[in-house]
Design a protein around this ligand. Structure first.
Ligand SMILES: [Zn+2]
Length: 258
């Protein structure tokens, strides 16, 4: 079991994991919500799933941990309130309760991308090319301690991004709070940058871009199966990742429909 406060809504929630036949899904009160892209209801600042009027925010970090562990089915995740705990802002604290469940079930076959697929949204861009699974992520922030950063890796290296924390800027906090977001943001659960630098020690020089890779792995998990393709993401966002997964889901459907 894992419990804690949510970053955006501030609600306190408890999360219990139950091995259970079927797709990976959340249960919030009596509503079950599959961890699938068709259940995404918002991508503003985080990824929110919803069904029958119930919503569950900030699913991406837990889903990144499941992605990295290769856990694609037979799991029921019971959640007591509408946002997952932010914990330390990374995905590392999800690994322990998941490892207690034992070995993940046999993963489904990877979907093999046959043609390049590009998604562009504003200044962000995702390019998927046929080939072995790999991920390249680049960001470019006009900030002395971030600037241009890159991270790339094969699936064996994906665990390297799980400890990277979410990050934000001091000047944004007031704005987010005025919108009712990030109500629980603190140095305990996010890297905060002011004009000069980070207010706390970084775990990696390129921790921000590693966190972007983590977010991408979480959102890509919403496809429901591994993807065999080489992905390059520039200035990614939840919006971009989810738009890409929706394209993939359409491709998959057209492959399955004779
Ligand atoms: Zn994140």
């Amino acid at each position: 079991m894992i419990k804690g406060f949510g970053l955006h809504t501030g609600v306190f929630s408890e999360v219990h994991f139950h091995p259970a036949e079927g797709p990976v899904r959340f249960r919030l009160n009596k509503t079950e919500i599959e961890a699938r892209v068709n259940n995404v209801v918002s991508t503003e600042r985080c990824t929110v799933l919803g069904k029958d009027g119930k919503t569950l925010a900030v699913v991406e970090h837990l889903l990144a941990a499941l992605h990295v562990l290769g856990w694609w089915q037979n799991l029921l995740i019971e959640v007591s309130d509408r946002e997952l705990p932010i914990l330390d802002g990374s995905a590392q604290d999800w690994l322990e309760p998941l490892s207690q469940l034992g070995k993940p079930p046999q993963p489904p076959d990877a979907f093999v991308l046959k043609e390049p697929l590009d998604v562009n949204l504003d200044s962000s861009r995702l390019r998927a090319s046929p080939g072995k699974a790999q991920l390249k992520v680049a960001i470019n922030f006009d900030h002395p301690m971030i600037g241009e950063q890159q991270w790339s890796g094969l699936p064996e290296q994906y665990p390297e991004v799980l400890a990277a924390r979410t990050f934000g800027f001091l000047h944004e906090l007031e704005y987010l709070r005025s919108k009712g977001l990030a109500s629980q943001a603190s140095l305990e659960n996010a890297i905060v940058f002011d004009e000069k630098g980070a207010l706390q020690a970084l775990r990696f020089d390129n921790e921000p871009v590693r966190h972007k890779a983590l977010d991408a792995l979480g959102d890509l998990y919403l496809f429901g199966q591994p993807l065999s393709a080489s992905l390059t993401i520039e200035r990614g966002s939840h919006h971009l990742h989810v738009a890409f997964v929706k394209h993939l889901a359409t491709l998959l459907e057209s492959h399955e429909t004779p």
